[in-house]
Design a protein around this ligand. Structure first.
Ligand SMILES: Cc1cc2nc3c(=O)[nH]c(=O)nc-3n(C[C@H](O)[C@H](O)[C@H](O)COP(=O)(O)OP(=O)(O)OC[C@H]3O[C@@H](n4cnc5c(N)ncnc54)[C@H](O)[C@@H]3O)c2cc1C
Length: 466
């Protein structure tokens, strides 16, 4: 039983705005509720909040921010909206796409100006659906750093985070108004906490293999590289209350998980001129298209792996910017060689095939030509010795379908009505990635987490204080 129905709303402990899940969404919601003057409490099942946010690069897409302007990027929310609709081939909710595109920039500005987060624009990351550089991330491009900054901000704002507090059931009245929740502690003790409003920020369901198999069979057996807490709790509670869900087959996979080190390698190596090479020494796709679908194409290659091949220029740039790349280098994941023949030997690739493939890529770059898969190479990105290569594989990272929400992040029923006091955001809510694996725009997971989190926290506070 996920919902317990009662009429009695008296609890020993209670709070105005209760939030389940202390990731980017839950913490943004707590900040917004506190800003609006409502006491907020975040319940987190783990001993230390980390979640998918902690595993990420911390990169939030937003268009039209002052940070972009300062970096010389002339962008606007309407361009992000158009890019979402183009990438999803019009198969996402246009109202939600407009909302997210409009509200993302004010959300990033608010995190920086009001809550002292330090974010900068990753100017080397563009394309893959984004027409301009619009990823805003901590300076070390680390989700752990983003989590630290959000937790510090919550502390300053006076929002409490209770850890080792797993929400196991919701308590509701017959009108589906949430009265409170039941929390289970690691020793099995349970507690009840009452609330004026509840925000579901428990992320998606990629760790729930039954739900994955039912909704996205293509990755039912794929490796999962997301947080173990993504069991879909919030989505299941919402459904039990009559909430609508959408795009449940939508997900982000990624084809850049270092094998066997399991460290995410930045796509800037490809965006800057690198290529993917399979075990036959051949390219097999446009490396700059469909960041999420690449996991599937890589899994179709021999042994389900490929090599990202790049050069010293890209290696140095990644070392400068990405903490995870520094981690990968520290454990010796990138192989390096002074010639293509030596690289082939180091990677156990057929030298003739690798020589031919890289010669063709170099010709395309010299001529700034388009290849058979539609990739346009650039002359200023020709690869030069010494060369680098890192073996990667594809994995499921997180889901993008979930609870349908309105423009205040209120959870909607299948009849199109808002539930009385239930809100959702981040991985628990339906995103703007369309129905499958191909509509994901880089940075959208955290964009919808902080944006819907802010909208939910603001609206929940307004409701309880009215
Ligand atoms: C390796 C990796 C890299 C990524 N990189 C990026 C990136 O750079 N940019 C981007 O936009 N997206 C990225 N993503 C996706 C992004 O991390 C997620 O979309 C985003 O973190 C979702 O935020 P959230 O707050 O909804 O979920 P989370 O950050 O997962 O937070 C949910 C929290 O809820 C807690 N919880 C779950 N169930 C319960 C319960 N029953 N009771 C109490 N607590 C509960 C969890 O423990 C967790 O702390 C990446 C994902 C992965 C896996």
């Amino acid at each position: 039983m996920t919902i317990e129905y009662r009429d009695d709303a008296s609890f020993d402990a209670g709070i105005d705005v209760l939030i389940a899940g202390a990731g980017a969404c839950g913490l943004a919601a707590a900040l917004a509720a506190s800003d609006a003057g409502a006491p907020a409490l975040v319940l987190e099942r783990d001993a230390s909040p980390f979640g998918s946010t902690g595993m990420s690069y911390g990169a939030i897409c937003a268009a039209g921010t002052s940070l972009q302007a300062a970096a010389g990027v002339n962008d606007a929310p309407r361009f992000l909206e158009e890019d979402i609709l183009t990438t999803t081939q019009g198969l996402t909710d246009p109202a939600l796409a407009g909302l997210i595109a409009r509200e993302a920039a004010p959300t990033v500005e608010w995190l920086v100006a009001r809550h002292d987060l330090t974010l900068s624009v990753e100017t080397s990351w563009t394309g893959m659906g984004h027409r301009h550089p619009r990823l805003h991330a901590p300076d070390d491009r680390s989700g752990q750093t983003l989590m630290n900054m959000l937790q510090n901000a919550a502390d300053r704002a006076g929002a409490d985070i209770a850890t080792n507090a797993r929400v196991v059931r919701l308590i509701a009245d017959s009108a589906h108004r949430i009265l409170g929740v039941i929390v289970e502690r690691p020793d099995g003790r349970t507690e009840e906490i009452g609330c004026g409003a509840l925000i579901l920020a428990t992320c998606g369901f990629a760790a729930n293999r039954d739900l994955v198999a039912a909704n996205m069979p293509a990755v039912a057996d794929a490796r999962y590289y997301g947080h173990e807490s993504n069991e879909g709790d919030g989505i299941l509670w919402g459904q039990a209350l009559g909430a609508a869900t959408a795009d449940m087959g939508s997900y982000q996979a990624l084809g850049s998980l270092a094998d066997p080190q399991a460290i995410v390698i930045p796509h800037t190596l490809l965006i800057g001129g690198g290529v993917q090479i399979n075990k036959l020494g051949k390219r097999f796709e446009n490396e700059l298209e469909n960041i999420s679908g690449q996991a599937l194409t890589i899994l179709e290659q021999p042994d389900g792996v490929c090599w990202m091949v790049y050069d010293e220029r890209l290696h140095r740039a990644a070392l400068e910017r990405f903490q995870e790349y520094r981690d990968a280098a520290a454990v010796g994941a990138p192989k390096t060689a002074d010639s293509i023949e030596a690289l082939a030997e180091a990677c156990r690739l057929p030298a003739d095939a690798l020589l031919a493939t890289l010669a063709e890529a170099d010709r395309l770059a010299e001529e700034e030509a388009r290849d058979a898969w539609g990739r346009v190479f650039r002359a200023d990105q020709r690869l030069e010795a010494p060369y680098y290569a890192i073996r990667v594989t594809g994995a499921l990272f997180h889901t993008q379908g979930g609870l349908v929400v309105n423009d205040e992040a209120r959870v909607m029923t299948t009849d199109g009505e808002a539930l009385p006091n239930l809100f959702a955001g981040g991985g628990a809510a339906r995103s703007v990635s369309g129905p499958g694996e191909w509509g994901y725009l880089p940075g959208m997971g955290l964009c919808t987490a902080v944006t819907l989190g802010r909208l939910a926290g603001t609206a929940a506070a307004k409701q309880v204080l009215a």
